[in-house]
Design a binder for this molecule. Structure first.
Ligand SMILES: Nc1ncnc2c1ncn2[C@@H]1O[C@H](COP(=O)(O)OP(=O)(O)OP(=O)(O)O)[C@@H](O)[C@H]1O
Ligand SMILES: [Mg+2]
Length: 453
């Protein structure tokens, strides 16, 4: 760094001419020297108290306070202890005196006549030292100013950060509270929805009874009608026979014919009445199961066959058929009415959605017992299938592709709840557009106890 300040050197001599001569010696030093001149030891001390010096050139023999005394006082004062002292003397000098000078902390002891080159190079060393010290001081100050500045910035940042942390904590707290409120609202809504779905399932179950009454009437129509016509034929044949007997015109061959007709008529009557009785039994069972939804031990094949009979009228006037492959002997301790309710939904969905705009369609129902003590029930159709983007929503309540066309979108969500809740099982769906739909249910042989909320 170029020297930006002058270097103060204190020259002490009681002879002013000596001081001038000394100053002249330093004229061509590479430093800008500020020569401060003191004509006595007292003056020298006064100057050193006011400011710092790079070096003191101190005459030994002076009237009043001599050089040694000045040096002693300078060394005693912590403020001036470090200032280098160079004794310059012209008088007699003993070795003792020289040692004393060194003892008092002199850095050198020069005796006149002075060799200018020697003095200059010595002074130069101290000027160098002083300049370096000043430079160090300058950097130290600069550094400490920078540290102060950085500390101030850091303090401001810390304060800002603390404020921000506080604000963030506040908003986190608010967010947490909002979340809590939201969670409890969602829980409440979920509970409401579950309750509503439960009510809808109940209503659906009871409504099924109306359907059962209609199908009873429909299904009984044929066998009862057959019975009526056979019975009336037999009645009129018997009346004709009675008249022939009264008139005495009865031929043996005619009597035998009547007996034949009566026996085959009877056979038709028996067959149709048995069919009627079977149908009534099925309807009765299904109606009881569906309306009371009682848990009992039952044969899965038997219950599903009765359900199919009850649901047959749904398909009667359509070109769609249901094929069942039911493994015999699967006995469940569960809810047969629920099975019927699920099957009703599958069949009505197949007719409404799978076979929409189709001239033919097949439904498949199969059951089998799994090793895990579960029964597997599969219902499939070969109809329109379900688009991929709809597939993950079909079990959601109110999801329907028939909005405004009679679809409420509750059918499959009820099925889902019945399978996973009442029956304690699982349900999965596979479907692809135009490749039909397949529902697979796995239900435990023994249904869980129902916990009513
Ligand atoms: N077998 C199927 N084939 C094709 N799509 C089906 C089938 N079953 C259900 N879906 C689709 O799933 C949707 C939801 O069925 P879900 O039974 O829940 O409601 P919905 O039949 O539309 O109305 P709801 O049953 O309440 O009268 C239907 O709208 C339909 O798009
Ligand atoms: Mg439906």
């Amino acid at each position: 760094m170029p020297q930006q300040f002058s270097i103060p050197v204190l020259m002490v001599d009681d002879v002013p001419a000596n001081l001038v001569a000394l100053e002249a010696l330093f004229a061509d030093l590479p430093y800008q020297l500020e020569a401060v001149k003191a004509l006595s030891g007292e003056d020298a001390l006064r100057f050193t108290l006011k400011r710092d010096f790079a070096l003191i050139l101190l005459d030994v023999q002076m009237p009043g306070m001599n050089g040694f005394e000045v040096a002693e006082l300078l060394r005693a004062n912590p403020k001036t202890r470090h200032v280098p002292i160079l004794f310059v003397t012209a008088g007699l000098h003993t070795e003792k005196q020289v040692f004393k000078g060194y003892e008092l902390g002199a850095v050198d002891y020069l005796i006149k006549p002075i060799v200018p080159l020697v003095l200059r190079s010595k002074v130069r060393v101290f000027c160098d030292l002083f300049a370096q010290r000043q430079e160090l001081e300058f950097h130290r100050n600069k550094l400490s100013a920078q540290v102060d500045e950085k500390t101030a910035v850091l303090t401001t940042l810390t304060l800002e950060l603390a404020t921000e942390i506080g604000a963030r904590r506040d908003s986190e707290e608010r967010l947490r509270m909002l979340n809590e409120q939201l969670e409890s609202r969602v829980e409440q809504r979920t509970r409401d929805l579950e309750k509503a779905l439960h009510q809808v399932a109940e209503a659906e179950r009871l409504a099924a009874l109306g359907g059962i009454v209609a199908s009873v009437a429909h299904e009984l129509n044929t066998p009862v009608g057959n019975c009526v016509s056979v019975a009336s034929t037999l009645q009129s044949q018997a009346a004709a026979l009675a008249r022939d007997v009264e008139d005495g015109r009865l031929k043996r061959s005619e009597f035998m014919q009547f007996l034949n007709d009566a026996m085959s008529g009877n056979e038709i009557l028996m067959r149709n009445l048995r069919r009627t009785s079977d149908l009534v039994d099925s309807f009765k069972n299904v109606a009881v199961d569906q309306t009371t939804n009682q848990r009992r031990e039952f044969d899965l094949q038997q219950v599903l066959e009765q359900d199919i009979v009850t649901l047959q009228p749904m398909c009667k006037k359509t070109p769609f058929t249901l094929h069942a492959e039911l493994q015999p002997g699967i006995v469940l301790d569960s809810y047969p009415g629920t099975m019927g309710q699920i099957l009703t939904n599958f069949i009505s969905n197949a007719i409404a959605h799978a076979f929409e705009n189709r001239k033919e369609g097949k439904m498949f129902l199969s059951t089998r017992l799994l090793e895990s003590d579960h029964a597997e029930i599969v219902f499939a159709d070969d109809g329109n299938g379900i688009h991929e983007r709809h597939l993950k929503h079909v079990f959601d309540p109110f999801f329907t592709t028939k909005l405004g066309q009679g679809g409420s979108g509750l059918g499959l969500s009820i099925v889902y709840n019945l399978v996973t809740g009442v029956l304690g099982g699982k349900i999965s769906i596979e479907s692809a557009e135009n490749h039909g739909t397949k529902f697979t249910l796995t239900v435990p042989r023994c249904a869980p106890e129902i916990k009513l909320a």
